[in-house]
Design a protein around this ligand. Sequence first.
Ligand code: F6P
Length: 360
Amino acid sequence: MKRIGILTSGGDCGGLNAAVRSIFYRAKEKYNLDVYGILEGTVGLMERPPRYIKLDYGTFSGNLIRQGGTFLGTTNKGNPFKYPMPDGTFKDRTTEIVGGYHELGLDGLIVIGGDGSMKIIKEIANKGNLNIVAIPKTIDNDVGATESSIGFHTAVDVATNALDNLQFTAASHSRTMILEVMGRDAGHIALNAGIAGGADVILIPEINYTIDGIIKKLKQLNSYGIKHSLIVVAEAVKQENGKNSTVKFADGETRLGGIGSYIASKIMNKTNIECRVTTLGHVQRGAPPSTQDRILASAFGVYAVDLLAQKKFDRMVAWNDRKVVDFPIQMGIETYKEVELDDSLVKTALALGIYIGDIS
Ligand code: F6P
């Protein structure tokens, strides 16, 4: 093995640069490999000439370990099997990706991505004999087979800090402050930040709630003389009619958003409780990586290079029982991880008297 590539794929998050740095150092220090950073995810391999930068010690001047986002660029649009072309048609561009990999003379490729990216790259690798290893990243923390994915802890810290700030203004005005956090299908960010930030109500997509249940909790607080409160709601929580709150952008893309305002208006229609809403959005993704994410990214990067060097391809690294381990990539895709009803943190929330929905 002489030359390896790295690409970041899907939504960005804190810790991606730290992972790229770790891969580079391990590849150089232990195996003296050339390391190519592919630009803009699989798009960099699709284009001719393929777009990449050759990483060297100068690339990592000390800033990257603490920098949010990904300096390589990424994309979370356009499935390469059905890639949207400028003329409005769709084209399978996976052969170009395979060609880009071979044109660069790569002996292996480390893909840092979530379950969607892993599924796509695995299929492309099967088709074109690419030697791949995956590192899980997603603020949603829903990749299976690993307890933590890169980016999750940073997002939880950002959401917890937001609750810390909201607490003061909630108390000053005797208001209910609602914080809407990300999490496309899973409620891990809301649950973790809600507990860490002392929320009174935590709403996650895995557990049904009622507006009356929320109001009952707020009235209970009132009866204790507490006239302010904090609610955390995950963006994927549904309205009472079972529909998601979504926003459609001018470019045709639809994203989750608006459930916080929905909850606020329902509470205010039924009570005289004053609510305000904060939608946290992409600050959860772009924030500088937390300590935990830097550590996780560093450990994952080293292990991923070792897997490539040992020719253990089609594997993903994972964090389990305080150790880095590896599994077939397929396992990360198949065992999608949402919040389970018997999760220790669900039990913790219940034990603390937090309203978390219709569960006891
Ligand atoms: O999957 C990560 C995530 O941040 C989700 O939590 C969120 O719903 C989505 O990506 C937002 O995507 P975009 O960056 O395209 O707005």
